[in-house]
Design a protein around this ligand. Structure first.
Ligand code: PDD
Length: 287
Protein backbone atom coordinates (compact mmCIF):
# COMPACT_ATOMS: atom_id res chain seq x y z
CA UNK A 1 0.00 0.00 0.00
CA UNK A 2 1.45 3.35 -0.96
CA UNK A 3 0.68 6.99 -1.57
CA UNK A 4 0.59 7.35 -5.31
CA UNK A 5 0.38 10.21 -7.78
CA UNK A 6 -0.52 10.67 -11.41
CA UNK A 7 1.36 13.63 -12.89
CA UNK A 8 0.90 14.62 -16.54
CA UNK A 9 0.41 11.07 -17.79
CA UNK A 10 2.73 9.22 -15.44
CA UNK A 11 2.06 7.19 -12.27
CA UNK A 12 4.73 7.64 -9.58
CA UNK A 13 5.15 7.60 -5.79
CA UNK A 14 3.57 10.75 -4.31
CA UNK A 15 6.84 11.86 -2.69
CA UNK A 16 8.57 11.78 -6.10
CA UNK A 17 5.98 13.93 -7.90
CA UNK A 18 7.38 17.40 -8.78
CA UNK A 19 5.98 20.42 -10.56
CA UNK A 20 7.86 23.51 -11.71
CA UNK A 21 8.17 26.70 -9.62
CA UNK A 22 6.78 28.39 -12.74
CA UNK A 23 3.59 26.37 -12.59
CA UNK A 24 0.70 28.84 -12.67
CA UNK A 25 -0.87 27.02 -9.76
CA UNK A 26 2.18 27.92 -7.66
CA UNK A 27 2.51 31.46 -9.05
CA UNK A 28 -1.11 32.58 -9.35
CA UNK A 29 -3.29 29.87 -7.75
CA UNK A 30 -4.53 29.57 -11.34
CA UNK A 31 -6.26 26.22 -11.13
CA UNK A 32 -9.16 24.11 -9.89
CA UNK A 33 -9.44 21.01 -7.73
CA UNK A 34 -11.61 18.26 -6.31
CA UNK A 35 -11.50 16.05 -3.21
CA UNK A 36 -13.14 12.63 -3.46
CA UNK A 37 -13.65 10.01 -0.73
CA UNK A 38 -12.86 6.37 -1.40
CA UNK A 39 -14.78 3.85 0.70
CA UNK A 40 -14.06 0.15 0.54
CA UNK A 41 -11.84 0.70 -2.52
CA UNK A 42 -14.53 2.58 -4.46
CA UNK A 43 -14.79 6.29 -5.19
CA UNK A 44 -18.02 7.85 -3.83
CA UNK A 45 -19.98 10.10 -6.24
CA UNK A 46 -16.95 10.31 -8.53
CA UNK A 47 -18.99 11.24 -11.62
CA UNK A 48 -20.49 14.23 -9.77
CA UNK A 49 -17.04 15.40 -8.61
CA UNK A 50 -15.69 15.16 -12.15
CA UNK A 51 -18.71 17.09 -13.46
CA UNK A 52 -18.05 19.85 -10.93
CA UNK A 53 -14.36 19.86 -11.95
CA UNK A 54 -15.45 20.36 -15.56
CA UNK A 55 -17.77 23.23 -14.51
CA UNK A 56 -15.03 24.90 -12.43
CA UNK A 57 -12.50 24.55 -15.27
CA UNK A 58 -14.92 25.95 -17.80
CA UNK A 59 -15.64 28.97 -15.54
CA UNK A 60 -11.93 29.85 -15.43
CA UNK A 61 -11.62 29.23 -19.22
CA UNK A 62 -9.36 26.22 -18.73
CA UNK A 63 -9.84 23.32 -21.11
CA UNK A 64 -9.27 20.00 -19.45
CA UNK A 65 -6.89 17.65 -21.24
CA UNK A 66 -8.90 14.53 -20.26
CA UNK A 67 -12.50 13.45 -20.71
CA UNK A 68 -14.67 12.53 -17.72
CA UNK A 69 -14.14 8.85 -18.58
CA UNK A 70 -10.36 9.31 -18.65
CA UNK A 71 -10.38 11.05 -15.26
CA UNK A 72 -12.51 8.25 -13.83
CA UNK A 73 -10.14 5.59 -15.12
CA UNK A 74 -7.08 7.41 -13.73
CA UNK A 75 -8.87 7.50 -10.34
CA UNK A 76 -9.65 3.77 -10.57
CA UNK A 77 -6.06 3.02 -11.43
CA UNK A 78 -4.78 5.08 -8.48
CA UNK A 79 -7.13 3.22 -6.15
CA UNK A 80 -6.16 -0.18 -7.51
CA UNK A 81 -2.42 0.44 -7.64
CA UNK A 82 -2.33 2.02 -4.16
CA UNK A 83 -4.23 -0.85 -2.57
CA UNK A 84 -6.01 1.58 -0.21
CA UNK A 85 -9.60 0.81 0.77
CA UNK A 86 -10.29 3.96 2.85
CA UNK A 87 -8.69 6.88 1.06
CA UNK A 88 -8.93 10.42 -0.27
CA UNK A 89 -8.34 11.22 -3.93
CA UNK A 90 -7.13 14.72 -4.75
CA UNK A 91 -7.40 16.14 -8.27
CA UNK A 92 -5.81 19.44 -9.31
CA UNK A 93 -5.53 21.00 -12.73
CA UNK A 94 -3.63 24.24 -13.29
CA UNK A 95 -3.06 26.37 -16.35
CA UNK A 96 0.39 24.83 -16.81
CA UNK A 97 3.98 25.99 -16.59
CA UNK A 98 5.10 29.18 -18.31
CA UNK A 99 7.22 32.27 -17.53
CA UNK A 100 5.40 34.38 -14.95
CA UNK A 101 3.13 36.80 -16.80
CA UNK A 102 -0.47 37.53 -15.92
CA UNK A 103 -2.04 36.83 -19.33
CA UNK A 104 -2.89 33.22 -20.12
CA UNK A 105 0.07 31.36 -21.65
CA UNK A 106 0.00 30.44 -25.34
CA UNK A 107 -2.18 27.58 -26.50
CA UNK A 108 0.76 25.16 -26.75
CA UNK A 109 1.21 25.21 -22.94
CA UNK A 110 -0.60 22.18 -21.53
CA UNK A 111 -2.39 22.25 -18.21
CA UNK A 112 -0.66 20.53 -15.30
CA UNK A 113 -2.68 17.48 -14.28
CA UNK A 114 -2.12 16.12 -10.79
CA UNK A 115 -4.09 13.40 -9.07
CA UNK A 116 -3.02 11.58 -5.96
CA UNK A 117 -4.32 9.18 -3.39
CA UNK A 118 -3.69 9.12 0.34
CA UNK A 119 -5.00 6.84 3.02
CA UNK A 120 -7.95 8.32 4.95
CA UNK A 121 -7.13 8.79 8.63
CA UNK A 122 -10.37 8.77 10.66
CA UNK A 123 -11.18 11.86 12.74
CA UNK A 124 -11.87 11.59 16.51
CA UNK A 125 -15.23 9.86 17.13
CA UNK A 126 -15.78 12.41 19.90
CA UNK A 127 -16.54 15.08 17.25
CA UNK A 128 -19.69 13.18 16.29
CA UNK A 129 -20.64 12.33 19.88
CA UNK A 130 -20.42 15.90 21.27
CA UNK A 131 -20.43 18.12 18.18
CA UNK A 132 -17.79 20.70 17.30
CA UNK A 133 -17.41 24.36 18.25
CA UNK A 134 -17.49 27.09 15.61
CA UNK A 135 -16.91 30.83 15.41
CA UNK A 136 -18.40 33.31 12.95
CA UNK A 137 -16.20 35.47 10.74
CA UNK A 138 -16.84 37.90 7.87
CA UNK A 139 -16.77 36.14 4.49
CA UNK A 140 -13.88 37.93 2.77
CA UNK A 141 -13.82 35.77 -0.35
CA UNK A 142 -14.48 36.81 -3.94
CA UNK A 143 -17.84 36.54 -5.71
CA UNK A 144 -17.17 33.25 -7.52
CA UNK A 145 -17.21 30.84 -4.61
CA UNK A 146 -19.07 28.31 -6.76
CA UNK A 147 -15.77 27.70 -8.58
CA UNK A 148 -13.70 25.11 -6.71
CA UNK A 149 -10.57 27.19 -7.15
CA UNK A 150 -7.22 26.38 -5.54
CA UNK A 151 -7.06 30.04 -4.49
CA UNK A 152 -8.04 29.38 -0.87
CA UNK A 153 -6.19 32.01 1.16
CA UNK A 154 -9.30 33.56 2.80
CA UNK A 155 -10.54 30.04 3.61
CA UNK A 156 -7.18 29.05 5.09
CA UNK A 157 -6.99 32.24 7.20
CA UNK A 158 -10.54 31.74 8.49
CA UNK A 159 -9.85 28.11 9.37
CA UNK A 160 -6.65 29.06 11.18
CA UNK A 161 -8.47 31.75 13.18
CA UNK A 162 -11.10 29.18 14.16
CA UNK A 163 -8.43 26.71 15.31
CA UNK A 164 -6.60 29.41 17.27
CA UNK A 165 -9.87 30.20 19.07
CA UNK A 166 -10.21 26.55 20.02
CA UNK A 167 -12.95 25.94 17.44
CA UNK A 168 -13.16 23.46 14.58
CA UNK A 169 -14.65 25.65 11.86
CA UNK A 170 -15.37 29.26 10.94
CA UNK A 171 -18.90 30.02 9.74
CA UNK A 172 -18.64 32.81 7.17
CA UNK A 173 -21.21 35.61 6.91
CA UNK A 174 -21.73 38.57 4.59
CA UNK A 175 -24.05 41.51 3.88
CA UNK A 176 -24.17 42.01 6.90
CA UNK A 177 -25.03 38.80 8.75
CA UNK A 178 -26.08 36.16 6.19
CA UNK A 179 -24.29 32.86 6.76
CA UNK A 180 -22.91 31.49 3.50
CA UNK A 181 -20.89 28.39 4.46
CA UNK A 182 -17.93 27.20 6.51
CA UNK A 183 -14.31 27.76 5.46
CA UNK A 184 -14.24 24.21 4.04
CA UNK A 185 -17.77 22.96 4.67
CA UNK A 186 -21.41 23.71 3.94
CA UNK A 187 -23.58 24.59 6.93
CA UNK A 188 -27.25 23.93 7.76
CA UNK A 189 -29.69 24.43 10.60
CA UNK A 190 -32.94 22.72 11.48
CA UNK A 191 -35.83 24.49 13.20
CA UNK A 192 -39.19 22.78 13.77
CA UNK A 193 -38.69 20.11 11.08
CA UNK A 194 -37.45 22.57 8.44
CA UNK A 195 -33.88 22.43 7.19
CA UNK A 196 -32.31 25.72 6.08
CA UNK A 197 -29.14 26.24 4.07
CA UNK A 198 -27.79 28.95 1.78
CA UNK A 199 -28.96 28.56 -1.83
CA UNK A 200 -26.45 27.29 -4.39
CA UNK A 201 -25.48 30.71 -5.73
CA UNK A 202 -22.07 32.22 -6.57
CA UNK A 203 -21.61 32.83 -2.81
CA UNK A 204 -21.04 29.20 -1.86
CA UNK A 205 -19.45 26.04 -3.14
CA UNK A 206 -22.40 23.73 -3.47
CA UNK A 207 -21.04 20.51 -2.02
CA UNK A 208 -21.57 17.11 -3.56
CA UNK A 209 -22.37 16.07 0.03
CA UNK A 210 -24.88 18.96 0.23
CA UNK A 211 -26.80 17.66 -2.79
CA UNK A 212 -27.13 14.23 -1.17
CA UNK A 213 -28.14 15.76 2.19
CA UNK A 214 -30.94 17.85 0.67
CA UNK A 215 -32.40 14.73 -0.93
CA UNK A 216 -32.08 12.67 2.28
CA UNK A 217 -33.65 15.46 4.36
CA UNK A 218 -36.72 15.48 2.09
CA UNK A 219 -36.93 11.70 2.35
CA UNK A 220 -36.99 12.09 6.15
CA UNK A 221 -40.00 14.40 5.88
CA UNK A 222 -38.11 17.63 6.57
CA UNK A 223 -39.11 20.74 4.63
CA UNK A 224 -36.01 21.98 2.80
CA UNK A 225 -35.55 25.73 2.37
CA UNK A 226 -32.52 26.98 0.44
CA UNK A 227 -32.62 30.59 1.62
CA UNK A 228 -30.12 33.15 2.90
CA UNK A 229 -30.46 33.15 6.71
CA UNK A 230 -28.92 35.41 9.38
CA UNK A 231 -26.40 34.16 11.92
CA UNK A 232 -28.81 34.62 14.83
CA UNK A 233 -31.17 31.99 13.36
CA UNK A 234 -28.34 29.47 13.33
CA UNK A 235 -27.59 30.24 16.98
CA UNK A 236 -31.20 29.72 18.05
CA UNK A 237 -31.78 26.61 15.92
CA UNK A 238 -32.77 23.15 17.16
CA UNK A 239 -29.81 21.61 15.32
CA UNK A 240 -26.82 22.88 13.31
CA UNK A 241 -24.47 20.71 11.29
CA UNK A 242 -21.64 20.91 8.76
CA UNK A 243 -20.96 18.78 5.71
CA UNK A 244 -18.13 17.93 3.34
CA UNK A 245 -16.67 14.98 1.50
CA UNK A 246 -14.24 14.25 4.33
CA UNK A 247 -16.31 14.99 7.46
CA UNK A 248 -19.63 13.79 5.95
CA UNK A 249 -22.22 15.18 8.40
CA UNK A 250 -20.80 16.73 11.58
CA UNK A 251 -22.95 18.20 14.40
CA UNK A 252 -22.17 21.71 15.67
CA UNK A 253 -22.19 22.17 19.47
CA UNK A 254 -21.69 25.94 19.60
CA UNK A 255 -21.36 29.12 17.56
CA UNK A 256 -19.35 31.97 19.14
CA UNK A 257 -19.80 30.26 22.51
CA UNK A 258 -23.62 30.01 22.21
CA UNK A 259 -24.66 26.41 22.74
CA UNK A 260 -27.01 24.95 20.14
CA UNK A 261 -30.19 23.57 21.74
CA UNK A 262 -28.66 24.10 25.22
CA UNK A 263 -25.84 21.75 24.29
CA UNK A 264 -28.12 18.77 23.56
CA UNK A 265 -26.09 17.66 20.56
CA UNK A 266 -26.17 15.74 18.24
CA UNK A 267 -29.74 16.45 17.26
CA UNK A 268 -32.20 13.81 16.17
CA UNK A 269 -32.32 14.77 12.48
CA UNK A 270 -28.57 15.33 12.19
CA UNK A 271 -28.11 11.74 13.38
CA UNK A 272 -30.79 10.42 11.02
CA UNK A 273 -29.35 12.24 8.01
CA UNK A 274 -25.90 10.90 8.81
CA UNK A 275 -27.30 7.40 9.20
CA UNK A 276 -28.98 7.59 5.78
CA UNK A 277 -25.77 9.02 4.32
CA UNK A 278 -23.86 5.99 5.62
CA UNK A 279 -26.47 3.72 4.05
CA UNK A 280 -25.91 5.54 0.75
CA UNK A 281 -22.15 4.90 1.09
CA UNK A 282 -22.88 1.21 1.70
CA UNK A 283 -25.27 1.01 -1.22
CA UNK A 284 -22.73 2.55 -3.62
CA UNK A 285 -19.41 1.34 -2.24
CA UNK A 286 -20.40 -1.78 -0.25
CA UNK A 287 -19.71 -5.34 -1.36
N1 PDD B 1 -13.84 21.19 0.78
N2 PDD B 1 -17.59 24.62 0.81
C1 PDD B 1 -16.24 24.78 0.76
C2 PDD B 1 -15.68 26.16 0.80
C3 PDD B 1 -15.42 23.63 0.66
O1 PDD B 1 -14.09 23.78 0.58
C4 PDD B 1 -16.00 22.34 0.64
C5 PDD B 1 -15.19 21.09 0.54
C6 PDD B 1 -17.41 22.24 0.71
C7 PDD B 1 -18.11 20.91 0.68
O2 PDD B 1 -18.04 20.32 -0.60
P1 PDD B 1 -18.13 18.74 -0.80
O3 PDD B 1 -19.32 18.28 -0.06
O4 PDD B 1 -18.26 18.57 -2.27
O5 PDD B 1 -16.85 18.16 -0.25
C8 PDD B 1 -18.16 23.40 0.78
C9 PDD B 1 -12.96 20.08 0.47
C10 PDD B 1 -13.33 18.81 1.15
C11 PDD B 1 -11.54 20.52 0.69
O6 PDD B 1 -11.21 21.61 0.23
O7 PDD B 1 -10.74 19.77 1.28
Amino acid sequence: MSELAFLNGEFLPLNEARVSVEDRGFQFADGVYEVVRVYNGRAFYLAEHIKRLQRSASKILLSLPHSAEEFASICDELINRSGYKEAVLYIQITRGTAPRKHPFPSADVSPTVVLYIREFKPYPAEWWQNGVDTISLPDERWLNCDIKSISLLPNVLAKEQALRSGAFEALLFRDPDIVTEGSATNVYYIKRKTLFTHPATNLILSGITREVILRLASELGLTVRQEPQPLQRFKSADEVFLSSTTIEILPVRSIDGTLINNGKVPGEFTLKIHQLYKEEINRICGE
